[in-house]
Design a protein around this ligand. Structure first.
Ligand code: NAD
Length: 283
């Protein structure tokens, strides 16, 4: 099936970024969130990013306006009824995702593909909730989606070949690089990344080294573009906590258990870049 119109559920960090990538590559995009304020904020964020690209000479003003014109924000699920593909990028919580997939299974056209950008939760559960398990697939974009080109294509047992093929072609049209992975918690990248970040947090918790020095060591010594704690702040500490909880629940391995200080920071609302404070502070 040809994908022309894309729906996105959640106008947050990831949903907004994916919407931007889709619109810049010529897709009509409908983005749904739970309140008008969130929809407006999502829109404003994309506009600011694209206008910055124009100011830096990376994009023409015309391309920017055309991309913005392709994005419609909404709070009404019925507006997703004409989408060929819907990508869910709401909160990393299974009950919430199950409810979204149940809803999508009723409001979207029968042939529509339903995808999730989940970082760690089982696609198979979402597939079951949707009532159309053969057309459900994981499309795990990375943060920020407009800068990082990787998409992990997560394939539950129930997904049919047409859906896989259509999803791969869609990612190609977005100029993404894909890797395929079975429906397992954390897929490839988070399964490796989360224990790495947690070890970095343990170094700080135990007073072994400061957050600045842990990140500096990884940037300079390992030639990483970002240190693990800066990466945690970028992901969002709440999202990181949710990801690790689902991996710990499934694997039962201590390396996936969230450090105490991470839980405390989330409880206090210090969620990283999005709130201006995490392991580091942001303007
Ligand atoms: P976020 O908190 O920035 O955004 C989530 C948005 O979803 C919010 O605006 C919220 O209002 C909205 N939302 C919640 N329930 C909804 C519903 N029922 N219907 C419509 N909108 C709803 O979170 P995020 O960082 O964008 O993460 C979204 C998803 O992407 C999660 O599953 C997360 O694991 C995954 N993900 C996150 C990252 C990352 O680095 N943050 C990377 C890859 C994947």
């Amino acid at each position: 099936m040809a994908i022309e119109r894309v729906g996105i559920v959640g106008f947050g960090l990831m949903g907004g970024g994916i919407a931007q990538v889709c619109a810049v590559h010529g897709y009509d995009v409908a983005v749904i969130d739970v309140g008008d304020d969130r929809v407006q904020r999502g829109h404003d964020t994309i506009r600011a990013r694209l206008e910055r690209d124009v100011a830096r000479g990376r994009m023409t003003a015309d391309t920017c306006e055309r991309a913005l014109g392709r994005i419609t924000g909404t709070t009404n699920y019925e507006d997703l009824s004409t989408c060929d593909l819907v990508i869910e990028a709401a909160v990393e919580d299974m009950a919430a995702k199950r409810a979204v997939f149940q809803r999508l299974g009723t409001v979207t056209k029968p042939e529509a593909i339903l995808a999730s950008n989940t970082s760690s939760l089982p696609l198979s559960d979402m597939a079951a909730a949707s009532g159309r398990p053969a057309q459900v697939i994981g499309l795990h974009f990375f943060n920020p989606p407009y800068a990082l080109r990787l998409v992990e294509v997560v394939i539950p047992e129930s997904t049919n070949q047409d859906t896989i093929d259509a999803a791969m072609v869609f990612c190609d049209t977005l100029d993404r690089v894909t890797v395929r992975v079975k429906d397992t918690p954390g897929f490839i990248v988070n399964r490796l990344l989360v224990p790495f970040i947690f070890d970095a947090i343990h170094l700080v918790e135990s007073g072994t080294a400061s957050a600045q020095d842990v990140d500096q060591a990884c940037r300079i010594g390992l030639n990483h573009a970002m240190g693990p704690l800066g990466t945690a702040d970028l992901i969002g500490l709440d999202t990181l906590l949710y990801i690790s909880e689902s991996m710990f629940e499934e694997y039962g391995e201590p390396r996936f258990k969230a450090p105490t200080s991470l839980r405390r920071m989330v409880a206090l609302g210090h969620l990283g870049r999005k709130t201006g404070r995490g392991f580091f502070t942001y303007e």
